[in-house]
Design a protein around this ligand. Structure first.
Ligand code: DAH
Length: 356
C-alpha cells in the first residue's frame, strides 16, 4: 500500500505548504507542484504499475480524493488571501463612510426671471391670466392697431429692428416685419382672438436699437390689459397701486398725465424713491441721484384703452372700456438687487449671477 502512503504524505505536505503561502503566485507554484502534469500526484500514479489489479480501484479512488482535497485547499487559500488583501487595503486607505457625498452644483434662476415670476404671481393673485405673443411682429400689431400715426418716430429704422424675411414662409419679402418694440402688440392679439371680459398680463422679450449702461437692444416688458363693461380709471389706479405695494412694499404712488398713442387719458405711475425715502435728499443732505432729487421714480406707463385701438381690435367701444399698462422688467431687477449696469444681466458671467 505504499502508493496510499505516498498520497497521504503528499497531501500533508501540500497542506503545510498551502497554509503558509503568502500570495497567489506562490499558490500557483504549489498547484503545479502537486497537481501539474509532472506534479507529485502524477508521479504517485506511476506507482500504479506495482499495485495488484484487485486493489487498483481503491488506489484510483484514493488518488482522486487526494486531488480533490488539494484543489479544495488551494481554493480556500486563494479566498483567504483575497480577503486578507482587501482588508489590508481598507486598513491602509481608511474609508470614512460618514463623510458627506459630493454635491452636484445646482444652478438657480436668473435675477430677471425671478423678478418676472414675482410680478406675474402678484397679478395672478389680482385675477389676471397670462398670455404670450410672438417676438417677430407685423407693423399692424406693433404700431398700426395701437394708433401710432404713419410717421411716428418709433417706426423709424433708428429705433426699430426691421426684419427682412428670407425664410419666413408666407412673410417672405414683406416690408412690415419687425422685432416687437414693446409687449403692447399682445394686447391687440388678445382683443382680436378673445371676447371681453379680458384680464391679462403679457410678459415677454422686446427689442429696440439702443445700447448703453441703462439700455440693452434686447430687454423685457410686462403688459397688462383689463377690458370689461364699466372699467374705470379708478380701477386702473387701485390695481396698479395694489401691484406696487405687493412688489415694493408700502410706498406712496402717484399718477401723472402722460402720452401714449394707444391710451386716452394716458398716465405714468411714480412711486416714492426707495433710496431717499421720497425726500429727494440723502441723509447727508446731498441730492438723491436715483430720483434726480425729485423723490419719485417712474414705475410704468398706463391709461384707458383708446377708442381707435378698440376699433382696430373690433371691440365695441360703446359697450366696453378698459385700461392698459406696461413697464420694463430690467429696471425693477436692477433696483431690487442693486445692479448698476444693465448689461451685466445679459453677460451670463456666473461669478456675477451666483450672487443672487
Ligand atoms: N408700450 C409702452 C412702452 O413700451 C409702455 C406702455 C405705456 C404700455 C402705456 C401700455 C400703456 O399698455 O398703457 O413704452
Amino acid at each position: 500500500m505504499s502508493v496510499i502512503d505516498d498520497l497521504r504524505r503528499i497531501r500533508e505536505e501540500a497542506q503545510g505548504a498551502i497554509d503558509v503561502a503568502q500570495d497567489e503566485s506562490a499558490l500557483e507554484t504549489l498547484r503545479v507542484r502537486y497537481l501539474g502534469k509532472k506534479g507529485s500526484l502524477a508521479l504517485a500514479l506511476r506507482g500504479m504499475g506495482q499495485v495488484p489489479p484487485s486493489e487498483r480501484p481503491l488506489v484510483g479512488q484514493a488518488v482522486n480524493e487526494a486531488r480533490d482535497q488539494v484543489e479544495a485547499l488551494l481554493a480556500a487559500a486563494k479566498s483567504r488571501l483575497a480577503r486578507a488583501a482587501l482588508e489590508a487595503e481598507l486598513e491602509s486607505t481608511p474609508l470614512d463612510v460618514t463623510l458627506p457625498g459630493r454635491r452636484t452644483a445646482l444652478g438657480h434662476r436668473h435675477p430677471l426671471t425671478r423678478t418676472l415670476e414675482d410680478i406675474v404671481a402678484i397679478f395672478q393673485r389680482l385675477g389676471f391670466g397670462v398670455l404670450e405673443g410672438p417676438l417677430i411682429e407685423l407693423d399692424f400689431y406693433n404700431f398700426e392697431a395701437l394708433n401710432f400715426p404713419k410717421d411716428h418716430p418709433a417706426r423709424d429704422m433708428q429705433d426699430t429692428f426691421f426684419v427682412e424675411p428670407e425664410s419666413l414662409g408666407a412673410l417672405r419679402g414683406r416690408q412690415d416685419v419687425l422685432l416687437r418694440t414693446h409687449t403692447s402688440p399682445v394686447q391687440v392679439r388678445a382683443m382680436l382672438s378673445r371676447r371681453p371680459p379680458l384680464r391679462l398680463i403679457m410678459p415677454g422679450t422686446t427689442f429696440r436699437c439702443d445700447s448703453d449702461p441703462t439700455h440693452s437692444p434686447m430687454f423685457h416688458q410686462v403688459e397688462g390689459l383689463y377690458v370689461d363693461q364699466g372699467v374705470s380709471f379708478a380701477d386702473l389706479k387701485g390695481t396698479l397701486d395694489a401691484y406696487a405695494k405687493a412688489m415694493f412694499g408700502d410706498r406712496p404712488t402717484r399718477f401723472r398725465p402722460s402720452y401714449f398713442p394707444f391710451v386716452e387719458p394716458g398716465a405714468e405711475m411714480d412711486m416714492a424713491c426707495g433710496v431717499c425715502g421720497g425726500s429727494g435728499q440723502l441723509p447727508g443732505g446731498e441730492p438723491c441721484r436715483t430720483c434726480k432729487a425729485s423723490g419719485w421714480v417712474e414705475v410704468m406707463g398706463a391709461g384707458m384703452v383708446h377708442p381707435n385701438v378698440f376699433r382696430a381690435c373690433q371691440v365695441d367701444a360703446e359697450k366696453f372700456t378698459g385700461f392698459a399698462f406696461g413697464f420694463g422688467v430690467e429696471r425693477i431687477a436692477m433696483n431690487r438687487y442693486g445692479i448698476d449696469d444693465l448689461r451685466l444681466l445679459f453677460e451670463n458671467d456666473v461669478r456675477f449671477l451666483e450672487q443672487f
